[in-house]
Design a protein around this ligand. Structure first.
Ligand code: SF4
Ligand code: SF4
Length: 255
């Protein structure tokens, strides 16, 4: 199985949050108690119980307000700085990358990692810690589904086609076809960090208007370290799959 990628076309997102609900359902994550903060963005941020979140951004354009929705989640970096940091901390198998390019955390082994350092290593501010168990978690790319021929739960649930998933080459082509369509209409249209991640976002305005973290020089330096081949990369995907509840254990849920 080759490298898999997401294409998230933010121009097709309507903010329905079907992806958020599907993610919680598949990963058996509980709802979080929240309060009205005067925004539809709910819960307010990613957490150990929320692996993906649609960020709601209101942007003033002349007299009109427009929405920029952004489905935030782990980017499944091609050379993951978080994995490099876990290797530096010598906690073998806590963070691995399998043959599909998926970056997955072992909930039990991550308890031995310094959360602060893992969090700082991530260019996109993604990992979160469970305050009770000290496990670190994030989007799993539904690796237990995709290795069984199913779509990730969020991609399956998206009613507008904003969340697409498939082989990296095919996804890259789709993303560029769409970019070519939008570029004449939006001069800021771009695909974010396409050489560095397996979750490709297409946005049509400045990144700062989407409430997202961006890569910086620090992360690029960390990615360079990957040239020294972290031990956890590839070849131990099978061990990973043992850590996740199998489809059978979960009643053979279908997509
Ligand atoms: S986005 Fe952050 S958590 Fe996800 S693979 Fe990259 S460094 Fe790791
Ligand atoms: S790929 Fe799976 S774990 Fe990741 S955001 Fe989508 S549903 Fe959640």
């Amino acid at each position: 199985m080759g490298t898999k990628s997401f294409f998230i076309d933010t121009t097709k997102c309507t903010g329905c949050r079907g992806c958020q609900v599907a993610c919680k359902q598949w990963n058996e994550l509980p709802a979080e108690k929240t309060v009205n903060r005067g925004t539809y963005q709910n819960p307010p941020d990613l957490s150990s119980q929320t692996y993906t979140l649609v960020r709601f951004n209101e942007v003033l354009e002349g007299d009109n307000i427009k929405w920029h929705f952004f489905k935030d989640q782990c980017r499944h970096c091609i050379s993951p700085p978080c994995l490099i940091e876990a290797d530096n901390q010598k906690v073998e198998g806590a963070i691995i990358q399998d043959a599909t390019g998926t970056v997955v955390y072992d909930l039990e082994k991550t308890q031995k990692l310094s959360f602060q350092k893992i969090k700082e290593s991530c260019p996109y501010n993604i990992p979160r810690v469970n305050p009770k168990t000290k496990s670190i978690s994030k989007c799993t790319m539904c690796v237990d589904r995709i290795t069984n021929g199913l779509l990730p739960a969020c991609a399956k649930a998206c009613p507008t086609g904003a969340v697409q998933f498939g082989d990296r080459e095919e996804i890259l082509k789709k993303a560029h076809v769409r970019l070519d369509e939008l570029k004449p209409l939006y001069k800021e249209a771009r695909i974010l960090d396409e050489e560095e991640v397996n979750v490709l976002y297409l946005i049509v305005d400045k990144p700062a208007l989407y409430q997202i973290a961006e890569r910086d020089d620090r992360s690029s330096l960390l990615a360079l370290k990957s040239l020294f081949k972290p031990l956890s990369v590839l070849g131990i995907g099978a061990a990973l799959l043992c850590q996740l509840p199998s489809l059978r254990e979960r009643g053979m849920k279908k997509d």
